[in-house]
Design a protein around this ligand. Structure first.
Ligand code: FAD
Length: 459
């Protein structure tokens, strides 16, 4: 049948999940894959999440670019699924549709004072320094000396590191010019990372921790009391967790050598981990106009292993600060009323990437498994979704007969006044960014205004 000859498939979202799913689908010798993306530019969190001082992580862009260069793959940016085109319209135009639109929201703290100026999500802060258009107006106030990050995962560490890195070390990264300017004026000297549970439950990984411990001009503050009795417990934990905890333990309890002691003594900035503390309220300043601290409930652990829970002891503690960043997780949103959505778990309900009860609809990445895991995890998961789809295709479970694919969607978009951005358009923007970075030693100066991007493309 024609379907067997040219399966028309589309993917919604161009982060790692979108690109890795497309890469796998293109193994089918005739499949054609269109990738729709709401931003005018591709790559999702690789561009807008991964820290600017971790350029090596962004090398996956080379693989994604190769995929986009396939004659059977097309990228259509500036097209928002659920708004510019609906999922039923896509399902009508294609043999199969994959949703891989990530996690566009953050989990709220749900405590009083959360709405005060001086409080923002780590997600917005990351978007701000990475040039995400919707966060360019953030204007974080870094005139205070203490910042508190609620959360102890890798995103929390990224944010702490960016706040404390000497600005001259960020000059040759792709951090935005505006963010670098604000960081240069920053008076933040101390950053606390607060967690409800203890050292054995931190969610960050060893590489990121080591980087933090070695951060130029900054010293760690860890309370040895938090680590009492840990030496015995770590014998039983799995190896990666064991190595991580050993590093924490050494840093907290061992006397540094003379060189490290001198380095720490001359450090003008500091960061610390506050364990067993659960945020109850953001405290307002005396005039009530902004955040001035966080009230924390002291906790202790109950239960063992995965089931370990933090329960309040009844004691409270106030931690003064001028900036509160909540880093307790990203969250996916439903994008189309026709697509099942589990709002409790924040995922599209699926079995190995097949969306429950909707034949021909698939999902991959963070919207499939929830907002955890690195790019490599997202890759494995996306290949698996691609595999399921190709299996279904082979088994004749997808609609038979030809499908128009992009031709039909293009007509719809054009009738709605939407002008998609192609991959070669992106390559023009890419080249422009690289040119703007030259002279300052930056790999690129990101364009942050979608209107300007479209203007540069003559749209
Ligand atoms: P995303 O990367 O979020 O991609 C989703 C894409 O869909 C986006 O481009 C978005 O614009 C688009 N989209 C959203 N809604 C729509 C819509 N309605 N229509 C069309 N398109 C839409 N992993 C590492 O391995 N190393 C790191 O150093 C690292 N750093 C990270 C730092 C941060 C701050 C964060 C949050 C994550 C980091 N990760 C890192 C994890 C990694 O980014 C994720 O595993 C991965 O990006 C998830 O891929 P995804 O495609 O599911 O989501």
């Amino acid at each position: 049948s024609t379907q067997e000859k040219t399966p028309q498939i589309c993917v919604g979202g161009s982060g790692p999940a979108g690109f890795y799913t497309a890469q796998h689908l293109l193994k089918h010798p005739q499949a054609h894959v269109d990738i729709y993306e709401k931003q005018p530019v591709p790559f999702g969190l690789v561009r807008f999440g991964v820290a600017p001082d971790h350029p090596e992580v962004k090398n996956v862009i080379n693989t994604f670019t190769q995929t986009a260069h396939s004659g059977r793959c097309a990228f259509w940016g500036n097209v928002e699924v659920g708004r510019d085109v609906t999922v039923p319209e896509l399902r009508e135009a294609y043999h199969a549709v994959v949703l891989s639109y990530g996690a566009e929201d953050h989990r709220a703290l749900e405590i009083p004072g959360e709405e005060l100026p001086g409080v923002c999500s780590a997600r917005a802060f990351v978007g701000w320094y990475n040039g995400l258009p919707e966060n360019q107006e953030l204007e974080p106030d870094l005139s205070c000396d203490t910042a508190v990050i609620l959360g102890q995962g890798n995103v929390a560490l990224d944010v702490a590191r960016i706040l404390l890195t000497p600005p001259e070390h960020l000059e040759r990264t792709d951090i935005t010019k505006a963010a670098l300017g604000v960081l240069r004026q920053s008076r933040v000297k101390t950053v606390w990372l607060v967690g409800r549970r203890g050292p054995l439950q931190v969610a960050f990984t060893i590489k990121e921790l080591r980087e933090m411990i070695q951060l130029p001009g900054a010293r760690p503050i860890l309370d040895p009391v938090d680590f009492l009795g840990l030496q015995d417990k770590i014998k039983e934990v799995p190896r990666p967790r064991k190595r991580l905890t050993e590093l924490l333990l050494r840093t907290a309890t061992e006397k540094p050598g003379p060189e490290e002691a001198a380095r720490q003594a001359s450090a003008s900035r500091a960061w610390g981990l506050r364990f067993f503390r659960s945020p109850q309220q953001v405290l307002p300043s005396p005039d009530g106009r902004r955040a001035a601290g966080v009230r924390l409930a002291v906790t202790r652990l109950e239960g063992v292993d995965e089931a370990t829970r933090a329960v309040p002891t009844g004691d409270m503690e106030d931690l003064p600060c001028g900036l509160v960043l909540s880093s307790i997780g990203y969250k996916s949103r439903p994008v189309d009323p026709s697509v099942p959505f589990d709002s409790k778990l924040g995922v599209i309900p699926n079995v190995e990437g097949r969306v429950m009860d909707v034949p021909g609809l698939y999902c991959s990445g963070w919207v499939k498994r929830g907002p955890t895991g690195v790019i490599a995890t997202t890759m494995t998961d996306s290949f698996l979704t691609g595999q399921m789809l190709l299996q279904d295709l082979k088994a004749g479970l997808l609609p038979s007969g030809p499908r128009p694919g992009y031709a039909a969607i293009q007509a719809l978009l054009s009738s709605r006044g939407v002008r998609p951005v192609s991959f070669s358009d992106w390559e023009k923007l890419d080249a422009e960014e690289v040119v703007r970075g030259q002279g300052t030693g930056k790999p690129r100066e990101k364009l942050v205004d979608p209107q300007e991007m479209l203007r540069l493309l003559g749209h």
